[in-house]
Design a protein around this ligand. Structure first.
Ligand code: BGC
Length: 805
């Protein structure tokens, strides 16, 4: 017996030993291949001095005591880049093509010069005075670690409103202003490029990352995205417009093959990027994880060189999404200059390809030159100091104001703004704990989040104590389910979905007796790595429906009103319950000041002036894309994220996971609903105000290559407000298959007081009326008559004029 026992112990110990050895070997492998990729890379500030030669003072970057061409900032950039390139060794060039690993993500470098929590870097070359360049997420604000070892100082960033909310403002000046504030934090925290904005098309309501993106429409996406890039880059820091292209689902995002027509690709999915590149020249573009028609986007020379650079004139750097693509030499050859965050496996593959002639010196030099240009243009290069101390208070004001202007009033039966309201009964978890933004890399480490309860209290209202007490007791009884996953990764892997308190009739009668009005907040959280699902997410849960129903029933019979606030990041079902409450405010996820912004709208301090940048359908299945979209909400696999996945034989590939057919083609969002005349819950471009507007005097003139449009808008209501005018173009007698109309431009009035009129002037380049002609692989303009409509939503045309082209 004893012997058997001893043998068992020995076997067990040996097993533990083997496991330990495997864990240690795996740890070393992971550390050296993915984390500490470039040992010789110095994160420290390069010890460079200013010297003077022949009366010219400059940074002696390579410390040779002489003025090199690349050190002389008076020289043209091309010459400086060429000189610097000529001083680099072949190995230094290869090291520049891939980042230095994930050291910054895990805060493993003790140096103070390191931005802790930065997602990636461009490797330094200390010998030539080239510092490390830091790349950090994006896009709702800068994402860096808020605390650091050995100091009490904090490094919080502002959680600005999510991209979808900013697009809902339809206000390019406002978005540029937000970008300016965001970019200032990038600059002041020593980061060089922020990984945003995210500009993928919201093809289906269930995409988990829709909150980071702007719209189902490429023109809204392009105009808002360009304003964001302009604002951020006005600080002398860069943006990374992502994810290029057709990355409209999270399920199997690293390997999914998008099968799409060239027309849909160019008219819908590339168009937003095209507008941004042409208007704003972002410093960088991030290629996406997915394949397009069988080729990883990061390996597609057609997309990255022929389209992006040759056709559109993009001048900057293309970087991969994190660990994206499979074949490093093919990526460099395609024009994907920088592999992020960089692995040793990629480094070895590039070295081998260079040695064996599979990657040409010209391809290497082309990409290195683009990266060098970015570095020489960076503030880091001028060794300018950063304060680590941006004005977070000023930026909080920017986020509060912008969030209020992107919130959308969906319904109002005379209840808003509050009149004769003092005591407010707040129902719903998120009335007390607002969701400021989504999860994953798009999350921001902000110092605080203002809840609707706090916002309303700040605005002078009384929050009903009895409801609050009942809620706190409910929360305590469900302590475990109210525990939020900690950290970015955990939040990605585990959804935060706390239960809702559903008060019974008796309780509600009591609450209604002590309050003037009820506000019910419905929240949704989603993010990177997983798509949403229909049940209990797109559709409300049974508890949520019951909560709204019960509250409405009791409050209405007490002669009191109910307002529903939607604290969501993407489209949900509204048709089945929207008749119940008296008002619905789509508050989106409004960043750290979101609760104050909600209060600004409910109180009437700000007139609601946002409109929907996407359609709210009656049912999920009504979206044309729902026939080809993953409905399972499958989680991301870390394994395939880091190492990619083996190609499956064609007959083993699973629809919507291994490949997704964009069968709806160009019929995305309103292009489909309006063309097929399908009932929707709220149409694209819809949003109400506390005032009303009249559209007058529309003029349309075609001069040279431009359609010039002017429209007058009069505030015909009682309070000051702003109106968004949307310009749709139709081609009634078209010979080709086209949507019934397409948005081509838009504008927002300034704040107009009651009775005031504003004139809006807009231009559409004639070529923007062209369609992508698959037989010529180019844009074709159909001659004939076009109808230009000025509308308040895609279903609410106000004035129109015909033109002939
Ligand atoms: C995301 C990117 C992000 C990057 C760095 C990736 O997983 O898809 O949007 O910028 O990580 O955090």
């Amino acid at each position: 017996m004893k012997k058997i026992f001893r043998i068992l112990i020995k076997v067990l110990l040996s097993l533990v030993g083997i496991v330990l050895v495997i864990v240690i070997i795996a740890g070393i492998y992971m550390y050296s291949n993915f984390v500490n990729v470039d040992k010789s890379d110095s994160f420290r500030k390069v010890p460079v001095k200013e010297i003077s030669v022949d009366g010219y003072t400059f940074l002696d970057l390579n410390r040779n005591g002489k003025l090199d061409i690349y050190e002389d900032t008076r020289n043209p950039m091309e010459q400086r880049v060429a000189d610097l390139l000529s001083q680099m060794t072949p190995d230094e060039k290869i090291r520049m093509l891939r980042g230095a690993g994930m050291k910054t993500v895990f805060s493993l470098d003790a140096s103070n010069e390191v931005v802790k929590g930065a997602a990636g870097t461009i490797s330094a070359i200390p010998r030539l005075g080239i510092p490390t360049i830091f790349l950090s997420d994006g896009p709702a604000g800068l994402r860096i670690n808020p605390t650091r070892k050995h100091t009490d100082k904090t490094y919080y960033c502002t959680a600005f409103p999510i991209g979808t909310l900013l697009a809902s403002t339809w206000d390019v000046d406002l978005v540029e202003n937000v970008g300016e504030a965001m970019g200032n934090e990038v600059l002041e925290y020593g980061v060089d490029v922020i990984l945003g904005p995210g500009v993928n098309i919201q093809r289906n309501p269930l995409n988990g990352r829709n909150f980071e993106y702007y719209s189902e429409d490429p023109v809204v996406t392009g105009f808002i995205g360009a304003a964001m890039v302009d604002g951020i880059q006005s600080n002398g820091v860069g943006t990374s417009v992502k994810h290029f292209v057709a990355n409209s689902q999270e399920t199997n995002r690293n390997n999914n093959n998008v099968i799409i027509s060239q027309r849909a690709l160019h008219e819908i999915y590339l168009k937003g990027f095209e507008i941004i590149v042409k208007k704003s020249q972002p410093w960088t573009i991030m290629s996406s994880y997915n394949k397009v028609n069988g080729t990883y986007t990061s390996e597609s020379r057609y997309l990255l060189t022929d389209v992006l650079r040759d056709d559109w004139g993009f001048q900057g750097v293309v970087m991969t999404d994190w660990f994206g693509g499979k074949n490093p030499p093919a990526q460099i050859h395609a024009g994907n200059d920088l592999l992020e965050p960089g692995t040793k496996i990629q480094y070895r593959a590039l070295k081998k390809a260079e040695k064996e002639g599979d990657l040409s010196q010209q391809d290497i030099d082309t990409s290195v030159k683009r990266i060098l240009k970015l570095i020489l243009n960076s503030k880091k290069m001028a060794l300018s100091r950063f304060s680590d101390n941006p004005d977070l208070k000023a930026h909080a004001r920017v986020t509060r104001q912008s969030a209020a202007e992107g919130m959308i009033l969906l319904k109002n039966n005379g209840v808003l703004p509050f009149t004769n309201v003092n005591n407010i009964a707040l129902f719903g978890d998120f009335s007390y704990d607002l969701i400021a933004g989504g999860t994953g890399s798009g999350d921001v480490n902000e110092a605080y989040v203002v809840s609707p309860a706090e916002g309303l209290a700040n605005a002078g209202y009384t929050i009903n104590e009895e409801v609050k007490k009942a809620f706190n007791a409910f929360k305590q009884a469900h302590e475990k389910e109210f525990k939020k996953p900690s950290g970015t990764l955990m939040a990605m892997l585990k959804a935060y979905n706390p239960p809702e308190m559903v008060p019974d009739k008796e309780q509600l009668v009591q609450f209604a007796g002590t309050s003037d009005i009820a506000v019910v907040t419905i929240g949704r959280n989603s993010g990177e790595g997983r798509d949403r699902v229909e049940k209990n997410d797109f559709r409300l849960s049974a508890d949520e429906v019951e909560m709204i129903k019960n509250v409405c029933k009791v409050y209405h019979s007490a002669g009191k009103k109910v307002v529903v606030v939607l604290n969501i990041g993407g489209v949900i079902e509204t048709e089945s319950w929207k008749d119940l409450p008296d008002a619905i405010l789509l508050a989106w996820q409004g960043g750290e000041e979101g609760g104050n912004s909600v209060a600004d709208i409910l109180s009437g301090k700000v007139d609601p002036c946002g409109k929907l940048p996407m359609t709210f359908p009656v049912a999920l299945a009504d979206n044309a894309s729902s026939a080809n979209f993953p409905m399972g909400g499958q989680s991301m696999s870390i394994n395939s994220f880091l190492f990619g996945k083996k190609e499956k034989p064609e007959d083993k590939q699973v629809k919507n996971i291994d490949y997704t057919r964009y069968e709806e083609g160009i019929y995305v969002g309103y292009r489909y609903f309006d063309t097929k005349n399908i009932d929707v819950s709220y149409p694209f471009g819809f949003g109400m105000s506390y005032t009303s507007f009249a559209y007058e005097d529309m003029n349309v003139k075609v001069t040279d290559d431009t359609i010039n449009i002017s429209v007058k808008v009069k505030n015909t209501g009682d309070v000051a407000g702003k109106e968004i005018v949307e310009i749709y173009v139709s081609k009634p007698d078209s010979k080709i298959d086209r949507p019934v109309h397409e948005l081509k431009t838009f504008a927002k009035t300034p704040l107009m007081s009651s009775g005031e009129t504003a004139e809006l002037k807009m231009n559409i380049p004639v070529r923007d009326l062209s369609y992508w002609n698959e037989s010529t692989s180019g844009w074709t303009l159909e001659p004939g008559t076009y109808l230009i409509k000025a509308a308040a939503s895609s279903r609410d045309p106000k004035l129109s004029k015909e033109i002939s082209l």
